[in-house]
Design a protein around this ligand. Structure first.
Ligand SMILES: O=C(O)CCC(=O)C(=O)O
Length: 297
């Protein structure tokens, strides 16, 4: 599989940045975010996993090595117990406001970006390959403006075999594709076989600090985690132009199992609490029929 094109040289050329984004539907940057802060967050997340007994005895928590013969699967009770603790980490949410991401997006959007509040982390086990995130377009789940971009950021170095994100560049130009019910994040899969004559999948190894961002209509999926015992850890943060429509769900905690008040309970700073309330947002409803129309029966 071809690697991502690196766009760092476009960071100071907004027009070229916009042209590449319009052409490919994704942008990949080496070392865009602060690797030391990212590793601090990794140590907090893996600390929670170690406390929960998820990691192999006599290993360093930071390495996220799974205890033998275990798999935690997103949505299941034990996964959610730890995930809800992760959701209360201040650094997990504040990291979405990394200045380098925001200034790049300001150039891309030509206006101030809105950081969605519904931040997501993934803890993906090699023993759960059937739950690998299937090919999909984020707009199905996010709605609001199509001009929403997801930043996918592994929590540390992440070689391709840990199950990195793969992208089908150019697929953001033809609207929404039909979906089939599926296992894995989101629960719906686009059948990409026919598209692969026209478009080519890309994916890359990541070093701590590398970021890939993609448009809400760009088809992407996760590759299987083919390692023996390494848990793939990654972040999904979402952004859109401040003036464009946003649905309320994008401003609520992921999974909705706890309130912002509970999430903020032990935070040290108020700077990034309820930050979106400072803006007069264009809040719109979900289109209830969107998914209904796209699911192939
Ligand atoms: O990291 C993953 O497995 C899924 C990420 C993704 O596709 C998404 O959040 O849209």
């Amino acid at each position: 599989m071809l690697g991502f094109d690196v766009s760092n040289e476009l960071l100071h050329s907004p027009e070229q940045l916009r042209a590449r984004a319009a052409q490919d539907g994704y942008l990949f940057f080496k070392g865009l975010v602060d690797a030391a802060q990212l590793m601090q967050l990794r140590s907090e997340v893996t600390g929670l996993m170690a406390d929960a007994g998820w990691l192999a005895a006599a290993t360093q928590p930071i390495d996220a090595i799974a205890a033998p013969d275990t798999a935690q699967i997103e949505g299941q009770a034990e996964y959610m117990r730890v995930y809800n603790q992760l959701q209360r980490l201040e650094n997990f949410h504040t990291f979405a406001h990394q200045p380098a991401i925001l200034s790049m997006l300001e150039a891309l959007f030509g206006e101030t970006p809105l950081v969605h509040a519904r931040n997501i982390a993934r803890m993906v086990y090699p023993q759960a390959v059937e739950h690998t995130t299937p090919a999909h377009q984020d707009y199905l789940y996010i709605e609001g403006t199509e001009n929403t971009w997801t930043a996918w950021i592994p929590l540390g170095d992440c070689p391709i075999e840990q199950g990195n994100l793969a992208i089908l560049p150019g697929t953001h130009k033809q609207g929404m594709y039909p979906v089939h019910k599926s296992l894995g994040a989101g629960g719906h899969r686009i059948d990409t076989e026919a598209l692969e004559n026209q478009f080519e999948w890309r994916a890359s190894d990541f070093e701590a600090g590398d970021v890939v961002l993609f448009h809400s209509l760009t088809i992407h999926r996760a590759l299987p985690n083919l390692t023996q015992d390494r848990i793939r850890l990654s972040l999904d943060y979402r952004y859109q132009p401040l003036s464009e429509p946003v649905v309320e769900g994008s401003l609520l905690p992921h999974y909705g199992q706890q309130t912002w008040e509970q999430i903020y309970a032990n935070w040290k700073s108020e700077e990034f609490q309820y930050y979106w309330q400072k803006h007069a947002l264009n809040i719109v409803n979900n289109r209830a029929e969107l998914r209904e129309k796209l699911v192939v029966k």
